[in-house]
Design a protein around this ligand. Structure first.
Ligand code: SAM
Ligand code: SF4
Length: 339
């Protein structure tokens, strides 16, 4: 549905999908180095290539004017970008005006204990927190140096501030596959939904992705030996398919890019911290918006560049973890576009 506040025609892609959801990676940097996401010695973007917070605000506002109703900030770790709260506070004006329905973020939780109150104050009502294990040692190993207690304190602080949390766990063979029942009980016991995600072949990492890949169909079958799972039509506007878990009374989502094609209803595009717009998470085609943004103080050029890019949004991705080439499906890491 076009926004009643949008001052320009809605963005409709060549397959008739209305683009109402923008994910913004505000930084490619992170205080963790999750083994499935990043190499240990990641080369991050030079600071000079980054959009300033003012430029991100300007670009996002153009998207809101063009009908985007939901923004998710991600990264890298969005909350480690310097002065990110300044950006979040600026963006919250679109919630106050009714131009936007939701401002949210995906975070590793490391900074939440410090920032949860301010986030709630900016109108953030729910967030996704990534948590792959409840075991301190395993947490340190998968994040390479993260502190589980700090993330737990962040979860406590966010809930105390009235922010609803959905936990995201990447399902990893031989790492957390047997721990998912515990994560499920923990999440539902604290009134959080849980979503499990298949690993996607994005960017070179040290590990072999065919060793990490756990098809969620197998995970679901194993969970069904302990829990009663019933498919439900619940949707959050994302690609997860949900089940209700009778024993815990909560919801469990499955994101299955590798085994299930969720592209038909895709309503989103992704902006990187250098102003590159990716029309699909699983494809390399992209449009530069930084050039047109900087070329003119009015937003006409950038608005045209967005229209042109949406006109090229592909039908879908074709991720495959290729056992022979063992190369990632797309060269960039997940931290560039933020999942
Ligand atoms: N740093 C934040 C966090 O971890 O929540 C936001 C960015 S992170 C790239 C977003 C999500 O992508 C996280 O839930 C993470 O687990 C997931 N992710 C990272 N690399 C992935 C991969 N190769 N396959 C599937 N999910 C991945
Ligand atoms: Fe950082 Fe998130 Fe990637 Fe982990 S998944 S390295 S927390 S960006």
């Amino acid at each position: 549905m076009p926004s009643p506040h949008a001052s320009q025609p809605a963005m409709i892609d060549p397959f008739g999908r209305s683009i109402t959801y923008l994910r913004v990676s505000v930084t490619d940097r992170c205080d963790f180095r999750c083994t499935y996401c990043m190499a240990e010695d990641m080369a991050f973007l030079p600071k000079k290539d980054l959009l300033s917070l003012e430029e991100i605000d300007r670009l996002v506002t153009v998207f809101v004017d063009k009908g985007v109703r939901k923004i998710r900030l991600t990264g890298g770790e969005p909350l480690v970008r310097k002065n990110v709260m300044h950006l979040i506070r600026r963006l919250s004006r679109h919630l106050d005006s009714g131009a936007m329905d939701e401002l949210t973020l995906t975070t590793n939780g490391s900074q939440l204990a410090r920032l949860a109150g301010e986030l709630a104050d900016c109108g953030i009502r729910r967030i996704n927190v990534s948590l792959d294990t409840l075991d301190r040692e395993k947490f340190r190993a998968i994040t390479r140096w993260g502190d589980l207690d700090r993330v737990m304190a962040g979860i406590d602080a966010a809930q105390a501030a009235g922010i609803a949390i959905k936990l995201n766990a990447v399902a990893l063979k031989d790492f957390n596959e047997r721990e998912i029942p515990d994560l499920l009980r923990f999440a539902h016991g604290r009134s959080m939904d849980l979503t499990v995600i298949e690993t996607m072949p994005m960017g070179e990492i040290e590990a072999d992705r065919t060793d990490q890949y756990l098809p969620l169909s197998l995970l679901r079958a194993s969970l069904e030996r302990q829990f009663t799972l019933t498919d439900i039509p619940y949707r959050t506007g994302g690609p997860a398919r949900y089940v209700h878990v009778a024993e815990t009374g909560g919801k469990l989502g499955f994101i299955t890019p590798m085994t299930h094609n969720f592209c038909e209803s895709c309503n989103r595009v992704r902006l990187t911290c250098t102003g590159t717009l990716y029309m699909c998470l699983g494809q390399d085609d992209a449009a530069d918006l930084r050039g047109p943004l900087r070329a003119s103080p009015d937003d006409l050029l950038v608005s045209d560049a967005i229209d042109e890019a949406i006109g090229r949004k592909p039908k879908g991705h074709d991720f495959v973890i290729d056992r022979r080439s063992r190369r990632p499906a797309v060269a960039r890491h997940m931290s560039v576009t933020g999942g």
